[in-house]
Design a protein around this ligand. Structure first.
Ligand SMILES: C[S@@+](CC[C@H](N)C(=O)[O-])C[C@H]1O[C@@H](n2cnc3c(N)ncnc32)[C@H](O)[C@@H]1O
Length: 240
């Protein structure tokens, strides 16, 4: 049976304090996690322009809110877990924080220019509802970026049968086919859909160094590319 939102909230409340150092969850304190953050910034940066209103859903401890820190964007960090957001406040003092369920967003229609979620969509029990809420709060021409673990990745499937077993195994996972169908069903124009990142987020400095050329080589092989660790979709809200 899929875990309900309360169970997921309780899970993250208990993880919050140790999250950034957790090997299988937060990983931002590991060189592999930091390298991923750099890769993600390079992809997201071209979409950040001027004084944008940005919503980051499932923002957690704010490991990726950092991407907006030297920009003119006004960022709202939303999460169902207050404990996770309290950790984020320590690193992202300029963000606005909202505790809410992404299945029921407390904002007016068209409030944001950009909606971003990193490693969070996987945890939503009703992804249809969450995407319809996200679309509503985006203005026309607004962009949505979802970066998630790739459901086709063997490594991800190993991870999710570990500590996250309780909350993840019953939920539909993000993979190319799933995300494409979902975006199309909400008539969100897909600007980019790609798998990337082969370096485990808990990798130490030497592993990152050794894996980088391997990653570059794997990324060139079309079928293997599909098995990378992460998947990213960028969409645009168009007039219906
Ligand atoms: C794996 S963490 C990712 C946090 C952060 N984005 C990162 O990558 O480090 C998933 C986050 O999604 C949040 N979350 C899960 N379900 C949610 C929901 N229904 N509404 C809002 N946030 C939710 C959790 O509380 C948690 O902070």
């Amino acid at each position: 049976m899929p875990p309900n939102t309360t169970k997921i909230k309780e899970f993250f409340d208990t993880q919050a304090e140790a999250y950034d150092s957790a090997r299988r969850l937060g990983h931002i304190n590991y060189p592999g996690g930091q390298y991923f953050r750099k890769q993600l910034s390079e992809i997201v940066n071209p979409f950040i322009k001027g004084e944008m209103k940005v919503l980051e859903f499932g923002a957690g401890t704010g490991a990726y809110t950092y991407i907006f820190s030297n920009t003119d964007s006004k960022v709202v960090s939303l999460d169902i877990s207050l404990e996770m957001l309290l950790e984020s406040k320590k690193k992202n003092p300029d963000s606005h924080f909202v505790v809410a369920d992404a299945h029921n967003l407390p904002f007016k229609k068209g409030s944001f220019d950009l909606v971003v979620g990193v490693n969070a969509f996987s945890y939503f029990s009703n992804k249809d509802k969450a995407l319809s809420e996200i679309k509503d709060v985006l203005g026309e021409g607004g962009r949505i970026i979802i970066c998630d673990m790739n459901g086709y990745s063997p490594l991800w499937n190993l991870v999710k049968t570990g500590r996250q077993k309780e909350v993840l195994v019953y939920l539909p996972q993000s993979n190319r086919k799933f995300l494409r169908t979902l975006f199309q069903s909400y008539r969100i124009k897909i600007l980019s859909l790609r798998e990337f990142s082969w370096i485990p987020y808990w990798a130490n400095r030497w592993m990152v160094y050794i894996f980088r050329p391997i990653e570059a080589a794997l990324t060139k092989v079309p079928l293997l590319k599909r098995l990378a660790l992460r998947i990213l979709i960028i969409g645009e809200k168009i007039a219906n």
